[in-house]
Design a binder for this molecule. Structure first.
Ligand code: LLP
Length: 431
């Protein structure tokens, strides 16, 4: 935690606002985003591309956090959005996001979802499988429309990360295999379809990655494929999309390289290979999700009960848990917390931070140094901006938290807290 995030009262601040005030004003659990930190990530990525004079698109992987307010920030930053469902696309429509700056991913897009994409004339559909090419072709024919497409390939690269977060290895449910000729067959189908325009090749190797090697390998694969297809089909591939996955710091143990280092390595790799293969330099697209919103998010909770277990770390329990952040339970993900109302108190004990859900696995942090806390204190878990709210559930019929955006000392509610009424809104009487 940077010292400049603690105010004279010794409280944590977020976007220039005292975190305890946010907790008081909006209630807890609360997800608060430092909007300047979101903008900064976009600008860091943009800068690397611009310094290297490469055409690019930073396509925010909205699965990390997809809400109307977030999409409006992306629009302000001139970003692009990657959606993976009709729901994410609908959110973008509601946000007034420019449709030509949307790409659509997914390994089983439904007919209805593809129709929606075509009706709204989104920028590009990233096709994943033969069934999808057939569906899309039927829809385009029916609606007498055209669509840009990219082909997603499986690069055969295993990223060093949790196995649920690996997507690039050969045995993956995503994309067309290159070796067996699937990717080339997909290309032929697209090239012979007058309603589809082939604009690029996509690959994504995984998430929360800490090394550049995998990205360099992926970049080389993409260039080689573009070069092979140029030789064979006289095709100029306009875009190489290397996906997302840039790792972020969750705890002191994490030592990720700067996001711009990933991008710089990717650009250099593409430039070098393009030179070797005598290709025209394509545009490079990236799809960061976690690295855009993760570090900018804070989960604020109110501390309640405590249980001391002889010889073991005490449980300090908060008013949220696996319903607003499933990542510790699902991926054994680590986080760090601070006591927001005594952020510089060094008189610490070591505790476990437990959630309120009826599961023993609902432990948000297994080992946390914390000033001795009392019921009513505000706990802030850091770097929860990605895959926290977006994976939230109503388990135990707990309402999902509110979300606020904070910038320049001002806070704005961007997602209301769910009410009990919301929880039963879709329920129907049986008798
Ligand atoms: N592009 C594609 C095609 C993806 O599948 C993903 C993430 C991304 C981009 C963005 O990756 P990022 O930059 O956020 O790492 N729920 C898991 C992460 C799942 C990632 C799925 N795909 C977690 O909480 O760790």
């Amino acid at each position: 935690l940077e010292p400049n995030k603690i105010n004279v009262a010794g409280h944590l601040t977020i976007g220039g606002v005292d975190a305890t005030e946010l907790a008081h004003q909006y209630g807890t659990p609360l997800i608060a985003y430092d909007v300047a930190a979101i903008r900064q990530q976009f600008r860091r990525f943009n800068k690397v591309f611009e310094e290297n004079q490469v055409e690019y698109e930073v396509s925010y992987a909205s699965k990390a956090f997809a809400t109307v307010g977030m999409f409006q920030v992306v629009a302000q930053e001139k970003g692009h959005i990657d959606v993976v469902s009709g729901g994410e696309l609908y959110t973008a429509i509601k946000a007034g996001f420019p449709m030509d700056k949307i790409s659509f991913h997914g390994n089983n897009k439904s007919r209805a979802e593809l129709e929606m994409a075509v009706e709204h004339q989104i920028g590009v559909v990233i096709v994943d499988n033969f069934h999808e090419i057939e569906l899309l072709s039927e829809i385009l024919e029916q609606k007498k429309q055209t669509m840009n497409v990219m082909i997603r390939i499986t690069p055969g690269i295993s990223a060093h990360t949790h196995k649920y977060d690996q997507t690039g290895q050969e045995d993956s449910k995503f994309g067309f295999d290159i070796q067996s000729g699937q990717a080339e067959e997909a290309l032929k189908q697209i090239l012979t379809n007058p309603r589809m325009t082939m604009i690029g090749i996509h690959t994504h190797i995984g998430s929360q990655i800490f090394e550049v090697e995998g990205f360099v390998m992926a970049a080389n694969k993409l260039v080689d494929l573009a070069a092979d297809w140029h030789d064979k089909f006289d095709l100029d591939t306009q875009v190489l999309n290397v996906g997302g996955g840039f790792g972020i710091r969750y705890t002191k143990e994490d030592d990720p390289i700067a996001p711009e280092k990933f991008v710089d390595a990717i650009i250099k790799a593409v430039q070098k290979r393009v030179g070797q293969r005598d290709l025209k330099m394509p545009a490079i697209w990236i799809e960061p999700g976690r690295s855009i919103v993760g570090p900018a998010g804070y989960s604020l909770y109110t501390i309640g009960s405590r249980k001391d277990v002889p010889g073991l770390l005490p449980y300090v329990t908060v008013d949220g848990g696996m319903g607003d952040n499933i990542r510790p339970a699902l991926y054994q993900a680590d986080y760090e917390a601070v006591l927001a109302n005594r952020a510089s108190d060094k008189n610490e004990e070591t505790v476990r931070i437990a959630g309120k859900y009826c599961e023993s696995g609902d432990i948000l942090i297994q080992k946390q140094a914390l000033p001795k806390s009392q019921p009513g204190d505000t706990l802030a878990i850091l770097a929860t901006g990605a895959y926290g709210y977006s994976m939230a559930s109503n388990y135990n019929r707990n309402p999902r938290p509110a979300v606020v955006f904070v910038e320049n000392g001002q806070s704005k509610l961007v997602v209301k807290r769910e009410s009990y009424e919301d929880l039963v809104r879709l329920d129907q009487d049986f008798i």
